[in-house]
Design a binder for this molecule. Structure first.
Ligand code: FMN
Length: 377
């Protein structure tokens, strides 16, 4: 009988329970570096009881900067910046991984032309150009250098962001990749960039450092990757030493997209769970399922009827950083998050649980996809 609070193994590390805080770009950096507010967020998460805490995404290269308040990983003093957070995690028995990303054609703090697998101009103001091989090699090296700095901080691992329409997933998706060279076309070719990044990062950090990947089971837009392609990528990476996978979905070129779905919260199984269960059947690797998990009873039922290893949540931790401890102490009522999606939108840079903006629709979405970080009238 599996419970949320069983210890699990990721690579050579034991994680104290099956609950993961999924990467959340918290919008609390200045010049790419953590502010006191951001350190406080991670201190609360460290003490809140999650076994695995993933940082918000950190940009590996100035060519991929998402928004001005985004966290970066290219500065030489990254290890010093992350060390207090890594220590706070370890003092509380949590395992800490840092998510690494290049935002590709979602990089809104970068002047055109943006980096992309193929030319793209589908969103007003966005002009993206097909990356050259030299640019691909440079970004690959940036991922490796960033991972080495993360390792030097005392953190336990990195997670590669290959989901939600950021650069690596833009290459994997046939929707955004129309290249005719060895980085486009077949599954192997579209996965080549992610595989090369993985190899470079593994070489940089060694075998005893966790490397995970957040990846899509479907792009939820046509044409999409198939589930078989997702499983092939995970199997191939596992054979090369990947330690865990977090399964998500969704890719909307250029748009504001956090991999959250228009699902009615609390009703039925979460949207990507069936794919996570199937992935755990096919590939012998710890699988975390993300998006829409709110109810601990449902989590434990799904953990027991499938081979998945863990449950990831993002928005519930914005409202309740101590959610695992609440459940551990016996209050097993579902997360208080109502999935209104207002946390990431509408009122300044800082991500926090807040009332829905007045002009938001029922899902908390506001009209302009590029208004993140600006006040909503
Ligand atoms: C404000 C906000 C910021 C997010 N930032 C990231 C991020 O940096 N990296 C990432 O992979 N996903 C990010 N996500 C997506 C979440 O990790 C998660 O996949 C999604 O919210 C669905 O899970 P949930 O229903 O538990 O929130 C973000 C989501 C929100 C709401």
């Amino acid at each position: 009988m599996k419970t949320l609070f069983d210890p699990v193994r990721l690579g050579r590390v034991t994680v104290k329970n099956r609950i993961c805080r999924s990467a959340t770009e918290d919008g609390m950096c200045r010049d790419g570096r953590a502010t006191p507010e951001l350190y406080a967020v991670y201190e609360r998460l460290a003490a809140g009881g999650a076994g695995l805490v993933c940082s918000g995404m950190r940009e590996v290269s100035p060519t991929g900067l998402y928004v001005p308040s985004a966290a970066v990983a290219w500065h030489e003093d990254l290890a010093e910046e992350l060390r207090p957070t890594a220590e706070a995690m370890h003092e509380n028995g949590a395992v800490f991984v840092v998510q690494l990303v290049h935002s590709g054609f979602k990089a809104r703090a970068v002047s055109n032309p943006l980096y992309a697998p193929s030319d793209y101009s589908g969103v007003p103001g966005v002009e993206a150009r097909e990356m050259t091989r030299e640019q691909i090699r440079a970004v690959t090296a940036d991922f490796a250098a960033a991972a080495r700095r993360v390792r030097d901080s005392g953190a336990d691992g990195v997670q590669l962001h290959n989901a939600h329409g950021y650069l690596l997933s833009e290459f994997f998706s046939p929707c955004s990749n129309r290249r005719r060279d060895e980085y486009g076309g077949s599954t192997e070719n579209r996965a080549r960039f992610a595989l090369e990044v993985y190899e470079a990062v593994r070489e940089a950090v060694g075998d005893d450092f966790i490397i995970g990947i957040k990846t899509n089971c479907s792009d939820m837009i046509e044409p999409t990757i198939s589930f078989d392609e997702c499983a092939w990528l995970v199997q191939t990476l596992r054979e090369r030493g990947l330690d865990y996978v977090e399964l998500s979905g969704g890719l909307i070129p250029g748009a504001e997209w956090h991999g959250s779905l228009d699902y009615p919260p609390g009703e039925g199984e979460p949207p990507f769970y069936a794919s996570a269960a199937e992935l755990a059947r096919r590939v012998d690797i710890p699988v975390y399922s993300v998006a829409g998990w709110r109810d601990p009873e449902l989590m434990e039922r799904c953990l027991n009827e499938s081979g998945i290893t863990g449950i990831s949540m993002a928005m519930p931790f914005i409202r309740e950083p101590d959610l695992p401890n609440r459940w551990l102490s016996g209050d097993r009522s579902p997360a208080k998050c109502i999935t209104c999606h207002a946390c990431g939108r509408g009122s300044g840079y800082a991500v926090m649980c807040q009332p829905k903006p007045a002009n938001a629709d029922s899902m908390g979405r506001v009209e302009c996809v590029f208004n993140r970080g600006k006040a909503v009238e």
